[in-house]
Design a protein around this ligand. Structure first.
Ligand SMILES: Cc1cc2nc3c(=O)[nH]c(=O)nc-3n(C[C@H](O)[C@H](O)[C@H](O)COP(=O)(O)OP(=O)(O)OC[C@H]3O[C@@H](n4cnc5c(N)ncnc54)[C@H](O)[C@@H]3O)c2cc1C
Length: 380
């Protein structure tokens, strides 16, 4: 069986690791990504806030040595789902099973004024460049603002506001600074009322001003104001934005995309095309766009492929379960254990922030790098 996995992020790495662990050389797996390495989303915040370096959080795909898996660094140019065939800069690939795990692309230029007058912290270059910007910041009005929905890792803007507060405090700039968080959601994390309540308490304790149900539609760089979708304006000295997310261009141009994302069966992750699956941020499956869900979906697809190879075995379906760690500042991390099932209210349990969960988060990252890249790593 020939499996072609597009995208070596959370989804593609988990899928190919599972296939290799279970089937080794019995399956021919090609893993394709245009980048030369993987960076965790949360590592972007670690670099931005000076906890580690860009080099330390980069995991080179060249280090992937797994029986049955061949990594190809190239850009995917077209996807023919009906034929299970993709064109890339390195030639064409045909698959018995095709798995699309291309994630969400980010488009800072889609928000007028964001590139000229602000900063975004969702791309690697954007987050890494912010380290120097934050180092040189002399205090003032900071806005952390969401410019479009949907967006990856819904807790990340809240974490960023809390970490900005920590940084201002550490640098003795709090007395001449304000931190504002502008989000299109009614509470920081709607699926977990307890996590939202804890975040709102943490904001209140630190005088971080939370502006719910508001979206930033642009910046006016000359006047240094954020333009809010409801017509309001908010002045800023430093704007840290979550940019617009889109499906990668190659997916938008394919026969897979419906209303901006790839619809899949929520239990099997199969697309409308037989033996073509999609996992993670590129889908409209109904879970938040987060690595932990991409990983869980990839595990289900891997188990399906393994079951098919070992005819007679059944693969379990996707259960929508994931654990998210949330930075609360002061080196403490909270934990949300949440399950999303179609047609049901998401069930989330929140564990209060502690340094113990910060260690668990570290092990979450370290264990992935151990399994995916075969080496030891500490997150910060
Ligand atoms: C600041 C921040 C903090 C975050 N924190 C967390 C967290 O704590 N926990 C968590 O679970 N999630 C977190 N996330 C979200 C997480 O990073 C993503 O949801 C996750 O990476 C999605 O996995 P994926 O496999 O769907 O896509 P990705 O990991 O984005 O992988 C997609 C891959 O496809 C490749 N690709 C795209 N187009 C092409 C093409 N045309 N040709 C070749 N290759 C292509 C890309 O290079 C990329 O490597 C965070 C995100 C951010 C921005």
């Amino acid at each position: 069986m020939k499996v072609v996995a597009l995208g070596a992020g959370f989804g593609g790495l988990e899928l190919t690791t599972r296939l290799s662990d279970a089937l080794g050389d019995d399956v021919d797996v090609v893993l394709i990504d245009r980048s030369d390495g993987f960076v965790f989303g949360f590592s972007k915040l670690d670099v931005m806030f000076g906890r580690t370096t860009a080099d330390a959080v980069h995991h080179a795909y060249a280090d992937i040595v797994k029986p049955g898996v061949r990594f190809v660094q190239t850009a995917v140019r077209s996807i023919d789902a009906a034929a299970r065939r993709v064109e890339t800069d390195a030639g064409a690939f045909e698959a018995d099973v095709l798995v699309v795990a291309l994630g969400a692309d980010l488009d800072p230029a889609a928000t007028p004024g964001l590139v000229e007058g602000g900063h975004e912290f969702y791309t690697e270059p954007g987050a890494f460049a912010l380290r120097d910007v934050l180092d040189g910041f002399d205090g003032g009005r900071v806005i952390v603002g969401v410019c479009s929905t949907p967006f990856k890792c819904p807790p990340a803007p809240s974490e960023t506001a809390l970490l900005v507060h920590d940084l201002l405090e550490r640098r003795g700039l709090l007395d001449r600074s304000e931190v504002h968080l502008v989000m299109p959601l009614p509470v920081p994390i709607p699926p977990s009322p307890d996590a939202s309540a804890a975040l709102l308490t943490a904001f209140a304790e630190r005088d971080i001003v939370f502006h719910p149900e508001r979206l930033v539609r642009g910046l006016d760089p000359e006047r240094k104001v954020a333009l809010i979708a409801d017509g309001d304006e908010m002045p800023y000295d430093l704007f840290l934005g979550v940019p617009k997310h889109t499906v990668p261009e190659v997916v938008a141009a394919s026969d897979l995309c419906v209303d901006g994302w790839i619809p899949v069966d929520p239990v099997t992750l199969e697309t409308a095309f037989p033996d073509v699956y999609a996992v993670g941020d590129v889908t409209s499956v109904g879970t938040p766009k987060a690595g932990v869900f991409a990983e869980g979906q990839a595990a289900v697809v891997a188990d399906t492929i393994i079951a098919r190879h070992r005819a007679g075995h059944d693969a379990p379906g996707y259960d929508g379960h994931g654990i998210c760690y949330i930075e609360f500042g002061a080196d403490e991390v909270g934990r949300v254990d949440v399950t999303f099932r179609g047609g049901e209210r998401p069930q989330g349990r929140f564990d209060t922030p502690s340094v113990g969960y910060a260690a668990d988060k570290g092990e979450f990252g370290a264990s992935r790098i151990r399994r995916w890249f075969g080496r030891e790593w500490t997150t910060r």
